[in-house]
Design a binder for this molecule. Structure first.
Ligand code: FMN
Length: 314
């Protein structure tokens, strides 16, 4: 049985629902000799500010049980160099490009959106309002409902590209942020960014990261991320792009059943950069085995009826 793996985010069609997560796949071109970028649903490139940034000094990464902690500090080449040096090759390789943008101020998000709207080859903008590792901007917007609404509506006015605010899990009620994004005109929301966390070297009593705190990612966070995707899907109508610890096709499928329309994969790429074809093949195989013709029909198919019956009868 042939399966339709395409998914739609606003005006953007993805060939399949598997996207490389921002910050874990460079600008995509670094992998182009080993991964066929056109076979990925999308490539979310490393977060970009207007200007270049050095990020934090080392140590910027620490391994943790079933995950990793990072405080890169959004090192990046800035939007102008990205357009000059990376976008032409991404276009040539027929990648579906999602540009992750970060601002210290609302005006910076708007300016980035304007610049990228005029660039050839950008499929969508992911608004990083959730990076836990920088002091200015970013998560300050993402932890405030008004801040989220203001950034999304300002960017909405500045671009016709699909916009996907990326939500932080470091809030009590993530679904309210999905609703605020939808009301402000977002085409989808993506979640989760990393969880604020820290690790200490007990011998020296020093923090393991130079930034003291960082963001936790990888399989350790997956069940919390699945719950948050479930909540956001129930809270609104726009598509949810789910991520957090996906390392197999079954993990991706779990997110989709919970309510994700598409998924992103970050940390697992550091373990296995060839994971992409496995994931897409595994999803296709699952759809065939379950007689589901279109991947979008899998979204939100969680069956809670048996559990609800158990609860009401106990
Ligand atoms: C080293 C590293 C760098 C990251 N950089 C970014 C970034 O620039 N922008 C962003 O929105 N998220 C960034 N993230 C968060 C990931 O895109 C993703 O939301 C998170 O890691 C959870 O997914 P995972 O468990 O599959 O890695 C980064 C994560 C890691 C591990």
């Amino acid at each position: 049985m042939p399966c339709d793996l395409t998914v739609q985010i606003g005006t953007l069609t993805l060939g399949n629902p598997v996207i490389a997560a921002s910050g874990c796949f460079g600008y995509g071109v670094e992998y182009a000799d080993v991964v066929d970028l056109s076979l990925l649903g999308g490539v979310a490139v490393k977060g970009l500010f207007l200007a270049e940034r050095e990020g934090h000094p080392p140590q910027r990464i620490v391994e943790t049980p079933a995950g990793m902690l990072n405080a890169i500090g959004l090192q990046g080449i800035g939007v102008h160099r990205f357009i000059r040096e990376k976008l032409p090759e991404l276009r040539e390789r027929r990648a579906t490009v999602i540009v992750n943008i970060c601002g210290s101020t609302l005006d910076e998000y708007v300016e980035l959106a304007r610049i990228l709207s005029d660039a050839d080859g950008v499929g969508a903008l992911e608004l990083n309002i959730s990076c836990p590792n920088i002091k200015e901007g970013g998560i300050t917007f993402g932890c405030s409902l008004n801040g989220t609404f203001d950034v999304v509506s300002a960017v909405r006015k500045a671009t016709r590209l699909p916009i996907i605010p990326k939500l932080t899990p470091n809030v009590t009620d993530v679904a309210s942020f999905a609703r605020a994004s939808e009301e402000a005109g977002a085409d989808a929301v993506s979640l989760v960014n990393t969880f604020l966390a820290m690790a200490i070297d007990v011998e020296t009593r020093r923090p393991k990261l130079s930034n003291i705190v960082g963001g936790l990612s990888g399989p350790a966070i997956r069940p919390i991320a699945v719950r948050m995707v479930y909540e956001c899907r129930r809270a609104g109508k726009i598509p949810v792009v789910g991520m957090g610890g996906i390392a197999s096709a079954a993990d991706a499928i779990e997110f989709m059943i919970a309510g994700a329309y598409a998924v992103q994969v970050g940390t697992a790429n550091f373990v296995d950069p060839f994971i992409w074809t496995w994931l897409v093949d595994g999803i296709r195989d699952y759809l065939q085995r379950h007689g589901i013709a279109r991947v979008r029909d899998l979204t939100g198919t969680l069956d809670t009826t048996a559990r609800e019956k158990e609860w009401t009868s106990s």
